[in-house]
Design a protein around this ligand. Structure first.
Ligand SMILES: Nc1ncnc2c1ncn2[C@@H]1O[C@H](COP(=O)(O)OP(=O)(O)O)[C@@H](O)[C@H]1O
Ligand SMILES: [Mg+2]
Length: 385
């Protein structure tokens, strides 16, 4: 492994010396390429010293760490800035991340804190850089798959999170799960994440500009799956405009192979916009007469809207022969528009929902019929897109 080139920016000489001492004890892994005592100096020295990482004090004279970080991110996007601060206040650190810092470390830090933070941040960024480069080179244009239904409670959220997990884990596709059921967004609960940032925070903080400004709001569920949660309060849905969603999706398409969307259940402007931009709409139904009828009606609305019938497909969930309708009945109703049938499994689905542990995340579930059916469905998604 080549050495990580580190530049130190701190107005206190003693701090710089402590850092130099620590890094010099790990000579085989780190190289100190320069030091500066204010933000302006760092900016000047970067082209000469070409650091991989800048350790940046937040409070410095002439140009402070935040301003310098912002400028570095703009002018030298590949340089990783790690902020050093005596304040552990989250508002302050949040600000640093918005300016483009990739990580922070609270002073005073010890030997391991410093070494581990630099190494982990460097590795993570390197991996991300490889990903994004690959997609840029391929000119990748992510595919959008929307899960839609005419009623609540049919399994739209359960199927969208499990499909996103399967696409990312089983099929190794870089995936984003976007919860656009803005009123009753359940994905955070299904993933057992309750305090994460949501799409509303991106809008509130005015961070829609680019992927790097949106990134801090995404939750990394696994290496290949990020999730953007819906707001926690139904009344906030109206603050998220159709244009904002469109902008986000267009950004995500450049960074992911698949964008899986859990949509709202109304044919409102925002949902229609999403369905328009989708490459595949999976219309989720179950085995109740009312749902089947509403799904038929929904399909005819989509036909009126001139959606290609190849793009709109039906997934029948909770399939069982127990309640008076058979698989054959469902096949007759939807004919070639039927994409997939997912069996009923009340016990395992409920357990997974209540534990906040998605079925397809648990290796022990791999032999369940429902998990196999989700895998087959995703295989078909990968094949047809
Ligand atoms: N295949 C299935 N078998 C049994 N129960 C299911 C299945 N899929 C979903 N459910 C049940 O339906 C409930 C509602 O699912 P959910 O995905 O939240 O619906 P929606 O997002 O369409 O409102 C789940 O909590 C679960 O109890
Ligand atoms: Mg839902």
């Amino acid at each position: 492994m080549s050495k990580i080139k580190v530049m130190i920016a701190d107005d206190i000489e003693e701090t710089r010396n402590v850092i130099k001492k620590i890094l010099s004890m790990e000579k085989e892994n780190f190289e100190i390429t320069g030091e500066a005592s204010n933000g302006e100096e760092v900016l000047k020295l970067i082209p000469e010293y070409k650091p991989d990482v800048v350790l940046m004090d937040i409070n410095m004279p002439i140009m402070n760490g935040l301003e310098a970080t912002e400028k570095i991110t703009e002018a030298f996007p590949s340089v990783i800035v790690i902020i050093m601060s005596v304040q552990a206040k989250s508002e302050y650190l949040k600000k640093a991340m918005f300016c483009g810092a990739k990580e922070y470390i609270i002073k005073p830090f010890n030997y391991n804190d410093l070494i581990d933070t630099i190494t982990a941040t460097y590795e993570k960024q390197k991996e991300r850089a490889i990903y994004s480069k690959t997609y840029e080179e391929l000119g990748s244009n992510g595919k959008v798959i929307s899960f839609y239904s005419s009623k609540g409670g049919v399994g739209k959220s359960v199927l969208s999170i499990n499909s996103a997990i399967t696409l990312s884990k089983t099929f190794k596709k870089k995936t984003l799960l976007l919860d656009l059921d803005l009123q009753y967004g359940d994905i955070s609960m299904l993933a057992n994440q309750h305090n994460d940032k949501t799409i509303l925070d991106i809008i509130d903080d005015g961070q829609l500009a680019s992927y790097s400004s949106i990134r801090p709001y995404l939750y990394e569920h696994n290496k290949k799956l990020d999730i953007l949660f819906a707001p926690y309060n139904p009344e906030k849905a109206e603050y998220i405009s159709k244009d904002a969603i469109e902008k986000m999706v267009s950004i995500f398409k450049k960074h992911y192979e698949f964008i899986v969307i859990d949509t709202g259940i109304n044919f409102n402007d925002s949902t229609l916009n999403i369905l328009d931009t989708s490459d595949l709409v999976l219309f989720i139904a179950n085995m109740e007469m009312t749902t089947l009828r509403d799904t038929k009606l929904g399909l005819s609305v989509m036909e009126t809207l001139n959606y290609d019938s190849n793009k709109v497909k039906v997934v029948v969930n909770s399939v069982t022969g127990k309640y008076g309708l058979s698989k054959k009945d469902v096949q007759d109703v939807f004919a070639e528009q039927l994409f997939s049938m997912i069996p009923e499994d009340i016990k395992n689905v409920r357990l997974s929902v209540n534990r906040g542990l998605p079925l397809c995340d648990n290796n022990k579930n791999r032999t369940l019929k429902i998990v196999k059916a989700i895998q087959t469905m995703c295989q078909e998604v990968v094949r047809c897109l």
